[in-house]
Design a protein around this ligand. Structure first.
Ligand code: SF4
Length: 341
């Protein structure tokens, strides 16, 4: 059993039902794994030796060690982690004092095939398990003396396409018996797949939601995000509005500006209209070139024109610094094909 991927409720059940141990052992185990972050049952000194031996035979704690690290000039660090089947995934640590944000992956590769994204261009290999998602966070935390304050699921993969593992990872990460990163400090990003936002909405906590929109014109969005065919803009907007009203939280629209594709005033106007009646902030990003993709960065004049069109018309618009672009750790750049080793 991959014990570090069990939520507290699952752990309690495993301890009591599968191992026949006293239920309080679950609390001890959870605290050792997720608060003190030990990686061996034998380090759990308040558990008897015979119980530790038993746990060791029945379970495993997943720890990921970075096999490659690249630091960018802005302090962003990209970590590559090799999984037990030799898949390599990437996670990013982004300092932005007082915040320190971990960007985690949920899949090795991605099925969505967004045409501007390195991960999407590399295809899908497999879903990550909960223990592998959580272990990325602990791998990143062990490399920094500062506490990670925020988590974003914006690394490799579409989080909603691996929902059960995401759901359990969210539960573990936000559990106050463990590393305890509050739900409001955790953001799940999605391109919008049918039923995805709805499933996140069913969870009790108020996780942040970011939607990678990239265009409010259906035909442009389809070019960039082929899976958008399954969830047209009208339905995506309905899901977003439901999320906002259910959770009482504003959401984020991510919009990656690409020269000649979605940076025109017509596109800005469509975006303003789409976002006009949604409680949201718009994060504009400037496209980071990806090997083999037929896209270019827009020039600064187009970016300014686009922004200035939006400013008076939308509630909140930010031009986000693209962190780590010189090490291929920025939005849409993660993936083996761009490793700089
Ligand atoms: S942008 Fe996100 S959803 Fe689209 S292919 Fe890349 S990782 Fe997948």
């Amino acid at each position: 059993m991959k014990v570090s991927g069990l939520t507290f409720a699952q752990l309690k059940k495993w301890v009591a039902v599968d191992l026949g141990m006293k239920p309080y052992r679950a609390q001890q185990l959870f605290s050792w794994i997720h608060l003190k972050r030990v990686i061996s049952f034998h380090q759990m000194t308040d558990i008897s030796l015979s119980a530790r031996n038993r746990l060791d035979r029945a379970g495993e704690i997943t720890a990921l060690e970075s096999c490659d690290t690249i630091a960018a000039d802005d302090g962003t660090v990209k970590y590559s982690f090799a999984l037990e089947d030799s898949e390599v995934i990437e996670s990013v640590l982004i300092p932005d004092p007082p915040r320190l944000t971990a960007c985690l992956s949920t899949q090795a590769g991605c099925r969505c095939g967004c045409t501007f994204c390195q991960t999407g261009r590399g295809g899908f290999r497999r879903n990550l398990r909960t223990d592998e998602i959580v272990a990325q966070l602990y791998g990143l935390q062990s490399s920094s003396t500062d506490r990670i304050t925020n988590v974003v699921f914006m690394g490799m993969g579409e989080p909603m396409d691996n929902f059960p593992a995401l759901r359990d990872a969210l539960s573990i990460i936000s559990d106050d018996r463990g590393i305890c990163i509050g739900a409001r400090k955790i953001t799940v990003s999605t391109v919008g797949i049918p039923g995805g936002i709805e499933k996140l909405m069913q969870l009790d906590s108020q996780y942040g939601l970011a939607v990678s929109l990239h265009s409010a014109v259906e035909s442009t969005r389809l070019k960039l995000v082929p899976v958008a065919k399954a969830l047209p803009l009208r339905e995506l907007k309905r899901d977003m509005k439901d999320y906002i009203s259910r959770k009482g939280r504003r959401i984020t629209l991510e919009y990656c500006l690409i020269a000649g594709i979605n940076d025109s005033l017509e596109e800005a106007s469509a975006l303003a209209e789409f976002a006009g009646d949604i409680e949201c902030k718009i994060n504009l990003l400037i496209y980071n070139p990806v090997e083999g993709a037929p896209y270019r960065r827009p020039d600064i004049e187009s970016v300014n024109r686009f922004m200035h069109y939006l400013y008076p018309r939308c509630q909140a618009v930010m031009l986000r610094r693209s962190r780590g672009s010189d090490i291929a750790a920025a939005c849409g750049q993660l993936g083996p094909a761009v490793r700089n080793d």
